[in-house]
Write a protein that binds this ligand. Structure first.
Ligand code: FES
Length: 162
């Protein structure tokens, strides 16, 4: 069996991770991953970068914003391959955010045939769970699906964009 190299090219990283080279360069610009340079100024990535890219890809699939992924990955050492303890620290840090996302996804899966408190009043069950759109006083969006989500208007006011 061929011995796998400790360092891989961007083409190999892209092929194995399933992430386009352009996206990998973008992640590098954002500081999510880092490459070393050959004497010919070519990128070479530690093989362990594959794990970072896999975590980025999985988190993106869950809808985690790149900014949150970036701040989580910044807890990992840059000068050496992260150890299981390093990854455990990251995992603990991300636990609450991922749990909240999983909870919303589970509710979406389980409540889609019922009233989600969005204001449409289009289902029979809306009369039971959201008569006259009473949940609208709690905020905008699907209040029965995402009860803890702050008003988008509030978010917009504080950051200028949703
Ligand atoms: S599903 Fe929209 S208000 Fe009930």
């Amino acid at each position: 069996m061929a011995v796998l190299s400790d360092h891989i090219t961007i083409t190999e990283l892209s092929a194995r991770s399933g992430v386009a080279a352009s996206a990998l360069r973008y992640y590098e610009d954002l500081g999510l991953i880092a490459a070393e340079r050959t004497s010919g100024n070519q990128r070479r990535y530690r093989r362990s970068v594959l794990r970072r890219v896999a975590v980025i890809r999985a988190a993106r699939t869950m809808g985690v914003p790149l900014s949150a992924i970036a701040s989580a990955l910044r807890t990992l050492p840059g000068s050496r391959d992260p150890t299981p303890a390093d990854w455990e620290r990251l995992s603990q840090r991300w636990h609450r955010e991922l749990d909240a996302r999983i909870a919303v996804l589970e509710k979406l899966r389980d409540q889609l045939s019922s009233c989600i408190g969005c204001g449409c009043l289009s289902l029979e069950r809306c009369k039971i769970f959201n008569p006259d759109d009473k949940v609208s006083v709690e905020g905008d969006g699907p209040r029965l699906l995402m009860p803890d989500e702050p008003r988008v208007a509030t978010k917009r006011g504080s950051r200028g964009r949703a």
